[in-house]
Design a protein around this ligand. Structure first.
Ligand code: F0G
Length: 415
């Protein structure tokens, strides 16, 4: 029996035993599938289906998710004080965020259950992702978003994919509470990351990453922390890889939160005391503006088990790290940049050694929040309470007369 989304946040999906094949045989099978034209084989999630909770005959709802790049990022490495750094870019998914790797599994389950309506609360990316997968599955979709706190790009996606967008007066935590209450009373299928099928899909990113590293794992894996589903999923993925003999160790999983939305970091600091919600979370990284993360227990297990850390970074640190990731030709949305900002801090504190192998997980595409990017480079970015963010690495737009000599002069500044 699989548990449903409305169950306790500690329950897991019953894991399907690998089909009597050794780690070596499965690795070869997964590689072989890359040559196939079948949708499930081409999906970076379903390619690892021996570890997913559906039989091989099932129809899946897929948009070709996963198979995301692992980039070398020399400028970001330098910025962090590391000899090298890799960026696992989950923003290269069909709807531009890591949410797709979980959504393909959760919406497949909704279809299997015959659900007519799927729903979520969201800071934008879950909404965009659910809207797309629900459209593929021809299931009705409703999303609750905090009014005025979601980027236009994310809203535009959800609208185009045909979801009913409900703007709620209040922040993400209010949306989350209301939708959970509603899910208890009605037959809508809730797909926030308390839904264990989401975690199952997202855990396959650990498989893909390990494969990209020839089945070696990094010393450190660093992820942003919001509702804490992603860190939970990485914890589960690397735990399963180790226990089934695919890898020889787990990476230390560290979670980075924005200073103004950091209930998990505070909890980690006071180790095992009560988990206190942040009533008024604030950060310009709107994707992680969350004060009452639903998956904190599973995320805590991942951090504690692997010896990772939970730390905070400032708005200025996030903005500068984001610009640096851009200079590597990669780019990401603000929430993702907490990782590089956090790594820099952990290297500075001696928690990460200069030559250790580090992977930062970038969770969203640079085009998810262009307003933030333009403001940073125009030096007009400011926090909710008016604190100005310096454009340390600003790349301002120049206004130039429509004359070749004026343009030539302007270009001299490049050299
Ligand atoms: N990065 C991005 C780009 C996100 O959209 C989110 C979460 C996170 C990081 C944090 O991941 O919640 O698993 O700890 N976005 C959710 C949403 C809350 O509604 O799109 P997490």
């Amino acid at each position: 029996m699989y548990v449903c989304s409305q169950c306790s946040d500690l329950l897991d999906v019953e894991r399907r035993e690998p089909l009597g094949q050794s780690a070596e045989e499965l690795r070869a099978l997964w590689l072989e599938r890359l040559k196939s034209r079948e949708a499930r084989d081409r999906s970076g999630v379903w390619r690892f289906r021996e570890f997913l909770p559906f039989g091989s005959a099932d129809v899946v709802v897929s948009l070709g998710e996963g198979n995301t790049p692992l980039y070398d990022a020399p400028r970001s490495a330098d910025y962090c004080g590391l000899s090298s750094l890799k960026l696992k870019h989950q923003g290269n998914n069909p709807t531009g965020s890591f949410k797709d790797t979980g959504m393909t599994v959760a919406v497949t389950q909704a279809l299997k259950l015959g659900m007519r309506l799927v729903a979520c609360a969201s800071t934008g990316n879950t909404a965009a992702s659910l809207a797309a997968y629900a459209a593929r599955a021809r299931i009705l979709c409703a999303i609750l978003v905090p009014e005025g706190q979601v980027s236009d790009a994310k809203l535009a996606q959800a609208l185009d994919y045909g979801a009913k967008v409900l703007e709620i007066e209040g922040n993400f935590d209010v949306c989350m509470r209301v939708i959970q209450e509603l899910a208890e009373q009605s037959s809508l299928y809730l797909v926030n990351s308390i839904n264990p099928f989401r975690i199952e899909g997202q855990k396959t990113v650990a498989f893909e990453l390990a494969e990209q590293l020839d089945w070696n794992v990094p010393d450190h894996l660093v992820v942003p922390g919001g509702n804490l589903g992603n860190s939970s999923a990485f914890g589960k993925g690397f735990r399963e890889l180790l226990s089934h003999g695919f890898t020889r160790k787990q990476p230390r999983i560290s979670v980075i939160q924005a200073e103004g939305a950091a209930p998990f970091a505070r909890f980690a600091q006071h180790c095992d005391s009560e988990f206190v919600h942040e009533k008024h979370p604030h950060t310009l990284a709107s994707a992680i503006k969350i004060g009452a993360p639903v998956s904190w227990k599973k995320a805590w297990r991942a951090v504690r088990e692997t010896g990772g850390q939970v730390i905070t970074v400032t708005e200025q640190e996030i903005a500068d790290a984001k610009a640096m990731i851009g200079r590597d030709g990669v780019g990401c949305e603000p929430a993702s940049a907490t990782t590089v900002a956090g790594i820099r801090k952990l290297v500075g504190d001696g928690a990460i050694g200069k030559d250790e192998k580090v992977v930062a997980v970038l969770t969203g595409h640079v085009l998810k929040d262009t307003d933030y990017v333009i403001k940073y480079h125009n030096q007009t970015l400011a926090t909710e309470n008016g604190e100005k963010i310096r454009g340390t690495f600003a790349n301002s737009i120049m206004r130039v007369a429509a004359r070749s000599c004026a343009i030539e002069n302007a270009l001299k500044s490049l050299f």
